[in-house]
Design a protein around this ligand. Sequence first.
Ligand code: NAP
Length: 337
Amino acid sequence: MKVLAIGATGFIGRHVVPLLVEQGIEVAVLHRGDTDADFPAGVRRIRGNRNRLDHATAELQRFAPDVVFDAILYTEQQARGVVRAFRGNAGRVVALSSGDVYRNYDGFRGKSAAQPDAVPLAEDAPLRDTRYPYRGSGLTFEHAHDYEKILVEQLLLAESDLPVTVLRLPAVYGPGDRQHRLRPYLQRMVDGQAGILLHEQQAAWRWTRGYVGNVAAAIAFAVADPRTGSRIFNVGDEPALSERKWVERIGAAVGWRGRVVAVSESELPNHLKQPFDWRYELWTDTSSIREELGYVELTPLDEALQRTVEWERSTLDRIEPLNYREEDAVLQSKLNE
Ligand SMILES: NC(=O)c1ccc[n+]([C@@H]2O[C@H](COP(=O)([O-])OP(=O)(O)OC[C@H]3O[C@@H](n4cnc5c(N)ncnc54)[C@H](OP(=O)(O)O)[C@@H]3O)[C@@H](O)[C@H]2O)c1
């Protein structure tokens, strides 16, 4: 089998390529050449811009992939480019999407009047009514204006001549995570804080997370399995922990002796208030990929956290120290109650 992996030199994709090579799959990675990734011998590199796949037509046709794994598909226009380039030239596409397609994501961000949808959210759970979730959000990533995984999914899945497997990813964490998902908690733990304050609803709120090595394994399963066809699969580690449990497990990985302290909105210091509605959980149902493709996590939670904590610790000396005055005032009264 030959796989073309578009943008697989980044945080997630770089872990997928070796898993494919291990299975005897021939891999070519298309990227611009700005990011280095240490791949096993034999992995081919194709220099190119995913927004101009037509410029690489000859090389792509020469490689003749059976499967295209697209790690960096964000906009409807990019999805059109994929269809143009690979309809008739590849057997299947595996595209990375996100759990942000679900309607609960709108509710979570205060953008939906609908009641929270029941969790865990299966692949057929309601989708957001709004479009372009990051337009005007102040986020600076390249595709913030046109990012819309719902439109990407719909455009690809409408293609009858090109089977497309869509993988809806969770919140991915691990070494190299540019979003530093563990950092706010880890920094407090390393600083020896006696407690970490959470909004009382946030403490119970569940979000599906995925260790980068596990997410990569799920992707590799879907890429290598010819049975997947035109399907959507949620991806993520089980169980989906509440925020309280998540912080406690990070604490255990760090050897932290403090406590998670849940407080009301009015007790929470202003700098910890977040504009989210914690009634809307982002817990997805990942049973389909497990039952149908036999996917299981490669790395258990404790080991995943150990590895991530070790990496994240090495980044802490490059960031501003925190001022704990307000948090300590609340903690003092709560811990003495
Ligand atoms: N992280 C999460 O929590 C999360 C959650 C849900 C979904 N996802 C999905 O996961 C995917 C992101 O994967 P990732 O984190 O591995 O990506 P990433 O770290 O941003 O890496 C992307 C790679 O693609 C290459 N690239 C970027 N722009 C390119 C272009 N125009 N043409 C060709 N190559 C290009 C870059 O290499 P060069 O610089 O060499 O070109 C880069 O190394 C996205 O689809 C995202 O929506 C992530």
